[in-house]
Ligand binder design. Structure first.
Ligand code: HAM
Length: 415
């Protein structure tokens, strides 16, 4: 038998209420913070990601689903949303509208990752981007958006970690210090880190190998090497967070796995001391739009994985009550009953009453079907009802049954 491809999942009807709730919390929180929805294609030209996320990142090196289409275009199933949203911002001239532009999105993303709990190859992200304003007040707004959304989703004891990785222009002295620290340790680092050492040393802080992680603890920290502007941006952001009472932990090792970040980076984790991966993550990317060929433009955003949100909600025991579909099932007997039932079902649907025909079986089996699918009511057009021009209505919760003249069915159903 076929199975869904490794790292993908089906979102079954029973899961849909929880997914809908997550999306609705996102919509409400976005509206609350003045963000408008954007949808971009699920594939883009490969360069959109390769140039921005970075050649030496795990995503670009190992995880992208790349393909050539029949016109020989090199395309990639999007591994993330930020670069695509920035491409759309430039393509549609959104830089000519009042800045910052506040956008949010939700949709499938694709990474050839090693599947495990909360980590998939096809997963869904919801995210937000504020493009065109370098002010730390916008950093605060984005963090507040993420924080509020995670809280509204009922996730308890999540921890905000935050860091500043400064501006690329100020990074030379930091990278020197990092190289001096790591040089004598190269033999103990993994092959990837040996490559990172020469090509992209900041990534040394992002390696997940245990031996490499032990060396990360004493590595020089970016915060001690911030330039003047990045330093005051950082101080101002911390003051803003304090002023609105958002608590945070400064994590000097947090650099994030994508190359486009500048200054602020942050993550929201499930609970204190948890080794679990981030629920939600983001940061500032003031160079990204220029990397895509646009004018220098500031930006900041975050994204969260819906599967991971739902996994953590369930781990915490939260459940969404099944919403009552209000669905009725129409049971009938014989050929005449079937003809009447077809017409009646379409009349009732036309006035907004949700109803389906029972499968063609005995009346008793049709009743069982109604109860099996959790119908609110079963309407019965049996031989007696047909002879008398009536219809029976059985309330499945109370098992009470009434019989009404067929012409009164609508009002009886709307009671
Ligand atoms: P990211 O850290 O790569 O950042 O992903 C953000 C979130 O997506 C993660 O915290 C996690 O919840 C979810 N996620 C990532 N990979 C997987 C996976 N394989 N399976 C399930 N969930 C996953 C970004 O994507 C940036 N675009 C965030 C951002 C927006 N930065 C600025 N704006």
């Amino acid at each position: 038998m076929y199975q869904a491809p490794r790292g993908t999942t089906d979102i079954l009807p029973d899961d849909q209420a929880e997914w809908a709730e997550v999306r609705s919390v996102l919509d409400r929180t976005a509206a609350n913070h003045g963000y408008q929805r954007i949808d971009t294609p699920i594939f883009e030209n490969t360069d959109v990601f390769a140039r921005t996320v970075g050649d030496d990142t795990d995503i670009v090196e190992k995880e992208m689903y790349n393909f050539r289409d029949r016109g020989n275009q090199q395309l990639t199933l999007r591994p993330e949303g930020t670069a695509a949203v920035c491409r759309a911002y430039l393509e549609h001239g959104l830089q000519n509208t009042p800045q910052p532009v506040r956008l949010y999105y939700v949709g499938p993303m694709f990474r050839y990752d090693r599947p495990q709990a909360g980590r998939y190859r096809l997963f869904h992200q919801l995210g937000a981007e504020a493009i065109g304003d370098p002010s730390p007040t916008v950093d605060l707004e984005i963090i507040q958006f993420a924080r509020t959304m995670i809280d509204r989703l009922g996730l308890r004891e999540t921890v905000l970690t935050i860091n500043s990785i400064g501006d690329p222009a100020d990074r030379a002295s930091y990278l020197d210090a990092l190289a001096t620290y790591y040089k004598p340790k190269l033999a103990e680092l993994c092959g990837d880190c040996n490559r990172r050492y020469t090509r992209n040393p900041l990534r040394l802080l992002d390696c997940k190998q245990v031996t490499c992680q032990t060396h990360q603890a004493n590595a020089p920290t970016t915060i001690n090497y911030l330039g003047t502007d990045a330093g005051s941006h950082w101080e101002e952001l911390l003051a803003h967070l304090d002023s609105v009472g958002i608590s945070y932990t400064i994590d000097p090792r947090l650099v994030r796995g994508l190359d486009y970040y500048t200054r602020t980076v942050f993550e929201l984790h499930p609970s204190i001391g948890s080794s679990q991966s981030a629920l939600c993550a983001g940061g500032r990317y003031d160079g990204l739009i220029a990397q895509l060929g646009g004018p220098p433009t500031a930006g900041i955003g975050f994204a969260a994985g819906i599967e991971r949100i739902i996994l953590n909600r369930r781990n915490q025991g939260s459940s969404v009550p099944k919403s009552d579909s209000g669905l009725s099932v129409l049971a009938y007997n014989g050929a005449e009953g079937k003809t009447r039932a077809i017409i009646l079902a379409s009349e009732l649907r036309a006035v907004g009453i949700p109803i389906i025909l029972a499968p063609e079986r005995s009346l008793r089996a049709q009743m069982r079907y109604g109860s099996g699918i959790g119908a609110q009511r079963v309407l019965i057009l049996g031989s007696n009802e047909l002879a008398q021009g009536t219809i029976s209505i059985r309330d499945m919760a109370t098992s009470q049954q009434i019989e009404v003249p067929l012409e009164h069915i609508r009002s009886a159903m709307q009671e």
